[in-house]
Design a protein around this ligand. Structure first.
Ligand SMILES: Nc1ncnc2c1ncn2[C@@H]1O[C@H](COP(=O)(O)OP(=O)(O)OP(=O)(O)O)[C@@H](O)[C@H]1O
Length: 261
């Protein structure tokens, strides 16, 4: 497997606090990787470093592209997005006074960069055609089950639906990697089940690589192929769901509560 994203000795200090300390990780093309850890472990900070929202203290982040390896640290978030890294936030960030359709289209104004046309070549033929002929918004609305609410203001929709819009908006850019920060937070069981199907769709239909921060262990253990565990800024474990559930360091980090599916 080709490492799409390689993180080497990545660190972030806030004053005296090691929020992220010497983290090594990699994400292969097509993988679904979860990042877990107790509250305050540094998960969101790590996403912020990878997507350029927060400058790193030290380390290296490398993205493999069709034209070679690109160093991401020091690049602006908008340039990192153009390289194909998309994300959602823990607190939903939609244009609440814009319709669902306009939210997707606002994301897509950033799509017509040189990489977009390379990125859509990865899409299955039926999406590729729609992306090229301009039916991409309709295709996304349909695929994310948002057609019925397309003309409603995003801010008036139920929470679970707003989450879906946010993920659709990230997918609209035809990214290489999509980072989802606690997508199931605040969702009811029915919405979580829908979310799981949607994340699976991102991979199978949209051929995206997914990195997921999530506290819902059932979702993590059922979806992820590989899991990284952060605790106090350090990567304390990496492995399959089965390996992580019986890892002594992970169990200790969760104060004996264990990590059960
Ligand atoms: N901008 C900042 N300035 C100072 N400290 C920060 C800042 N952002 C995060 N921290 C601290 O860094 C540590 C890691 O926080 P982070 O939000 O990355 O954890 P997390 O694993 O995402 O937690 P949660 O699961 O609760 O969302 C925490 O101790 C937090 O207080």
């Amino acid at each position: 497997m080709m490492a799409l994203l390689t993180v080497t000795k990545l660190s972030k200090q806030f004053g005296g606090l090691d929020a992220v300390a010497d983290v090594d990780m990699h994400v292969d093309a097509g993988e679904l990787v979860a990042l877990i850890g107790p509250n305050g472990a540094g998960k969101t900070t790590l996403f912020n470093l990878l997507t350029g929202v927060t400058p790193a203290t030290s380390g290296k982040v490398t993205l493999t592209t069709a034209s070679g390896k690109v160093a991401l640290l020091g690049k602006r978030p908008s340039d990192i997005a153009k390289l194909g890294l998309a994300r959602t936030f823990q607190n939903i960030r939609l244009f609440s006074k814009l319709s669902v359709r306009d939210n997707l289209q606002a994301a897509m104004t950033h799509r017509y960069h040189e990489n977009f046309f390379a990125e859509i070549l990865r899409l299955p033929a039926y999406y590729k055609k729609e992306a090229l002929v301009g039916g991409w918004t309709d295709a996304l609305l349909r695929e994310f089950d948002l057609t019925a609410v397309a003309d409603l203001d995003a801010g008036n929709l139920p929470y679970g639906t707003q989450r879906r819009v946010e993920i659709a908006r990230a997918a609209a850019t035809a990214p290489r990697i999509i980072f989802l920060d606690e997508p199931a937070a605040g969702m009811n069981p029915e919405e979580t089940a829908g979310l799981r199907a949607l994340i699976e769709k991102l991979r199978t239909d949209f051929q995206l690589t997914v990195v997921l921060i999530e506290h819902d262990m059932s979702l993590v253990m059922n979806l992820a192929e590989r899991i990284y565990v952060l605790d106090h800024g350090k990567m304390i474990a990496e492995g399959t769901p089965a390996q992580i559930q019986k890892d002594p360091a992970v169990i200790a980090a969760y104060l004996g509560g264990g990590v059960h599916a």
